[in-house]
Design a protein around this ligand. Structure first.
Ligand code: DP6
Length: 344
C-alpha cells in the first residue's frame, strides 16, 4: 500500500466569489481574493492510500464512511488519474496507481456543520493528498484548477497567506486558477477572529444561491463588471503595501456588496441575521471610537462573522468584544447567540 497525507487550511474571502459562468467546471464570473488561515487553526487533514488490492474508492470523513459519488468529486479523481496515467506512460517502472482504487481518510479539526468554509479545505486537502501520492510534477496553480472543480473556493486553499483566484477567460477553464499574492510571512501580524453566530446549516447552499443571483439580480451585473475588477487590483495593492485601512475598507465594502446582490436576487437570499448586523455596527463603532480603522468584518454564505485585525490592535478590539460578549480564547470561544444577542 502507498500513502500520502496533507493538511489544507480554511480560506476566508475578502473579495468574494459569487457567480459562475460555467456551473460544471466552477468557472467564476469574477476574480476573488482570500486570506488562508494558519494550519493550527481551522484545517482538514487528509490521507490518501492506494493499493492493487482495494476493490473500490472509499472515503471516511470524520470517521464516517461517505459517498464519493458526487459529480464534483468524480471529476477531481478523473483529472488526477489522468495526470498520473500520463506519468506512467512515460515511465514503465512506475506502479499503475492510475488504475488502482483509492482509500481516503479526512478529518476536520473544527465542527463541519459550523458553516466555516469546510468544503474549501476539504476539496483542497483531497486533491493535494492524491497529487502527492501520485507524485505529480504540476505546480500548485495547476493543481488548483482540479480543486476548483470540486468547490470553487477550494482552489484558494492550496496556498497559504494571501491568495488570488484569477477568473480566466477560457471556456475550458485552463486559465482559471489560484495564484499567491503574498506569503503569510509578508503580513504576519494579520489575525482573524471568528464570531460563531450560528452553527446551523446554510439556509441556501452557495451553489444554488449563486445561480439565483446570476439569473435574477441586476445589481450583480454592476458588481461583476464595474465593482470587482477595480477592487481586485486595489486589494492586491493594499496587501503588497500592507495598508490595513485600505484593505479593511475594501473587505467590508465587498462583503456588503455581496450580501446586497443576495438581497437583490429574486427570490431574495438572506445570509445575515440580526446578530450579524449588530456585529457590523459594532465594528464601525469601534473604528470610529479609535479614529482609525483597526478591524474589518466579512461574512460568507451564513451569519458568522470573521473579523480581520492586526495583532498590535488585539487588546483594543478585544476590549470591546470582552465587554460585550465575555471572554475570548481563540476561535473556539464561541460567542454564543445568547451572548451576542445581549448586545443591542
Ligand atoms: C460566499 O466555493 O462554496 O464563500 O463553487 O459552488 O462549491 P461552489 O461554491 P463555494 O462558494 C463560496 C462562496 C463564498 C465566497 C468565497 O469564498 O469567495
Amino acid at each position: 500500500m502507498y500513502i500520502a497525507s496533507t493538511t489544507a487550511p480554511v480560506n476566508i474571502a475578502t473579495l468574494k466569489y459569487w457567480g459562475k459562468r460555467d456551473k460544471t467546471l466552477n468557472l467564476p464570473t469574477n476574480s476573488s481574493i482570500s486570506v488562508t488561515l494558519s494550519q493550527e487553526d481551522l484545517r482538514t487533514l487528509t490521507s490518501a492510500a492506494t493499493s492493487e488490492t482495494f476493490s473500490e474508492d472509499q472515503l471516511w470523513l470524520n470517521g464516517k464512511l461517505e459517498s464519493l459519488a458526487s459529480e464534483r468529486t468524480q471529476m477531481c479523481l478523473a483529472d488526477l488519474r489522468q495526470l498520473r496515467a500520463e506519468l506512467e506512460s512515460q515511465d514503465d517502472s512506475l506502479p499503475k496507481f492510475s488504475q488502482w482504487k483509492l482509500h481516503i481518510v479526512s478529518e476536520n479539526n473544527f465542527p463541519t456543520a459550523a458553516g466555516l468554509a469546510s468544503s474549501a479545505a476539504g476539496f483542497s486537502a483531497l486533491v493535494v493528498a492524491i497529487a502527492k501520492l501520485y507524485k505529480l510534477p504540476q505546480s500548485m496553480s495547476e493543481i488548483s484548477k482540479i480543486a476548483r472543480k470540486g468547490s470553487g473556493s477550494a482552489c484558494r486553499s492550496l496556498f497559504g497567506g494571501y491568495v488570488a483566484w484569477e477568473m480566466g477567460v477560457e471556456e475550458d477553464g485552463s486559465d482559471s486558477k489560484a495564484v499567491e499574492v503574498a506569503p503569510l510571512e509578508h503580513w504576519d501580524n494579520m489575525k482573524a477572529v471568528i464570531l460563531v453566530v450560528s452553527a446551523d446549516k446554510k439556509d441556501t447552499p452557495s451553489t444554488s444561491g449563486m445561480q439565483t443571483t446570476v439569473h435574477t439580480s441586476d445589481l450583480f451585473q454592476w458588481r461583476i463588471k464595474e465593482v470587482v475588477p477595480t477592487r481586485f487590483e486595489e486589494m492586491k495593492k493594499s496587501i503588497v503595501e500592507k495598508n490595513f485601512p485600505v484593505f479593511a475598507d475594501l473587505t467590508m465594502k465587498d462583503s456588503n456588496s455581496f450580501h446586497a446582490t443576495c438581497l437583490d436576487s429574486f427570490p431574495p437570499i438572506f445570509y445575515l441575521n440580526d446578530t450579524s448586523k449588530k456585529i457590523i455596527k459594532l465594528v464601525h463603532a469601534i473604528n470610529e471610537f479609535y479614529k482609525e480603522t483597526i478591524a474589518a468584518y466579512t461574512f460568507d454564505a451564513g451569519p458568522n462573522a470573521v473579523i480581520y485585525y492586526e495583532s498590535q490592535n488585539e487588546s483594543k478590539l478585544f476590549a470591546f468584544l470582552y465587554k460585550l460578549f465575555g471572554k475570548v480564547s481563540g476561535w473556539e470561544s464561541k460567542y454564543t447567540t445568547e451572548s451576542l444577542t445581549a448586545f443591542t
